[in-house]
Design a protein around this ligand. Structure first.
Ligand code: HEM
Length: 467
């Protein structure tokens, strides 16, 4: 097609030969939707009698790294903060120009901790733009509050106070290593083999930790066995995570923008026109897993603790169906507790992670009963507890664990759900022994922090442009 005079005038000769057009996934409003992630169908029957074909599973990126940091920008220097905002956005844009925004390239997310909002921004500005909880009993609280200690957390659990948390994901480990090096560390700065000194922003941050890991493709067994982690030889061949079962069921992960502050009614006062629309609460924790004890249990005992005690899939089924009709709500969970003296992880969560009635979102989408609006992006690790930490010791001894990342409408929603994993009241009422309360007895939490994961448009120093 011939170019008109106007187009010829405005044609940008600086942007020709566009390799990124080969991987043109639209970039969503949220940071947490992952362009380019594919799905596959696993074969397992629907216990609710549904006729759908198989169990859809998201094929999540293989390699992960998180970098947490404190800012070096002096609090009160608004110009310096706005400059930092511009530099970080420019650096991320540069990364996204040299790699596709997909698992084939790199997916980057930036989340901001309470200390950033408290130290760098006026109270009134934060109060105006951080959504507020509308949950009965917690109305008016900011949807971002400090993480709390849960009943079964160990005494020495650390509540962290980082300003910022970056999460990088890719199917190619080298992409993550190069991006982390180029952004945060002086020295070689190659993105996709191309010298990119301009992306160094390490002077803006003191890195407090680096956390590394993987998810999928038989990795936990392969990594666990090569490092001699007790119990690793019992991990099923194809398992994507240490505990064996698939945890990226499409039906168990919030679709589209369902995890945002404003989307599912009842959690916060955010609306589709709020500054933080498309943003969400993000909880980060490190959880060690007592793998040897877990695999000392027989298959049905693991299946029941992971899902619920009415499941009967055979051992080779790693991805039991999670379609909406399989959801367990509170009354059934209590019946299981009373009848079996055991509750599974999924049924502890689902009455708070799924819609209990047909629901219309703030965008007018109709959700059937049993639709999940909480999103997990956790990955397995052998960090003990981190690959690097400026704030505490790290051990070179590999330990099976999870860097847990949970994304949902508010810190209050996360607290409600996570408290259910410990269920002290339920356990007392139905005389449930510790090892029958989901799988919490097999986990050891070491660190926790809540973050605000802003929408993509405000991922760099949110609110700084309003100072
Ligand atoms: C070692 C730690 C953990 C492991 C291995 C784990 C594993 C799993 C697995 C296998 C499932 C079922 C499959 C699926 O729905 O995709 C599941 C569901 C779920 N998990 Fe976890 N989980 C862990 C920790 C947590 C934590 C700390 C939370 C947050 C409180 C959490 C929240 C959920 C939720 C909300 C669901 C159900 C989603 C739904 O069906 O609506 N998990 N988890």
């Amino acid at each position: 097609m011939a170019l008109t005079g106007k187009e010829q005038e405005t044609f940008d000769w600086g942007r020709v030969v566009d390799y990124s057009a080969r991987y043109s996934h639209p970039r969503p409003q949220t940071q947490y939707e992952l362009p380019g992630v594919t799905e596959e169908v696993h074969q397992a029957p629907c216990p609710a009698g549904g006729t759908h074909a198989g169990v859809p599973v998201a094929v999540v990126p293989l390699w992960h790294a998180m970098v947490t940091a404190r800012l070096t920008v002096p609090p009160g220097d608004n110009q310096a903060l706005r400059d930092a905002q511009r530099r970080l956005e420019a650096a991320l844009a540069q990364v996204e120009e040299l790699y596709p925004t997909s698992p084939a390239g790199i997916l980057a997310q930036v989340a901001w901790g309470l200390p950033y909002f408290q130290r760098y921004l006026p109270k009134a500005l934060v109060s105006e733009h951080i959504p507020k909880s509308t949950r009965p009993g917690r109305e008016g609280e900011p949807a971002l509050v400090e993480a709390v200690r849960f009943p079964r957390d160990p005494e020495d659990l650390v509540i962290e106070h980082n300003d910022v948390c970056f999460h990088f994901k890719s199917d190619f480990k080298g992409h993550i290593d190069d991006v982390v090096q180029a952004l945060f560390y002086p020295g070689p700065s190659n993105l996709n083999g191309i010298g990119s000194p301009g992306v160094f922003i390490g002077d803006l941050f003191t890195v407090t930790s680096v956390r590394r890991g993987f998810a999928g493709r038989g990795m936990p067994r392969r990594v666990g066995m090569s490092l001699g982690i007790p119990g690793a030889d019992k991990i099923p061949q194809g398992a994507m995570l240490f505990m064996g079962f698939t945890s990226s069921h499409v039906h168990g992960l919030a679709a589209g923008n369902l995890a945002s502050y404003e989307t599912v009614p009842g959690w916060t006062d955010a609306t589709p026109t709020s500054y933080m629309a498309g943003g969400a609460n993000m909880h980060v924790s490190h959880i060690a897993i007592e793998l040897g004890r877990w695999y000392a249990l027989a298959h049905p005992d693991r299946l029941h603790r992971m899902f619920h005690p009415r499941r009967n899939e055979p051992e080779e089924v790693l991805s039991p169906d999670q379609c909406p009709a399989t959801s367990t709500f509170q009354a059934q969970r209590d019946e299981d507790a009373s009848h079996f003296g055991l509750v599974g992880h999924n049924e502890q969560m689902q009455f708070l992670s799924r819609t209990e009635t047909e629901t219309t979102t703030a965008y007018g989408q109709k959700l059937p009963r049993g639709t999940t609006f909480f999103l997990r992006q956790d990955f397995d690790t052998v960090d003990n507890p981190f690959a690097f930490s400026a704030d505490g010791p790290v051990s070179p001894l590999p330990r099976a664990g999870v860097h847990f990342i949970g994304i949902g409408p508010s810190a209050q929603q996360f607290e409600l759900m996570r408290r259910e994993m410990d269920s002290p009241g339920l356990a007392e009422k139905y005389h449930i022994p510790d090892e029958n309360v989901g799988f919490t007895d097999f986990l050891v939490n070491t660190h926790r922090q809540n973050y605000c994961l802003p929408p993509r448009a405000h991922r760099s120093f949110p609110l700084a442009e309003l100072l």
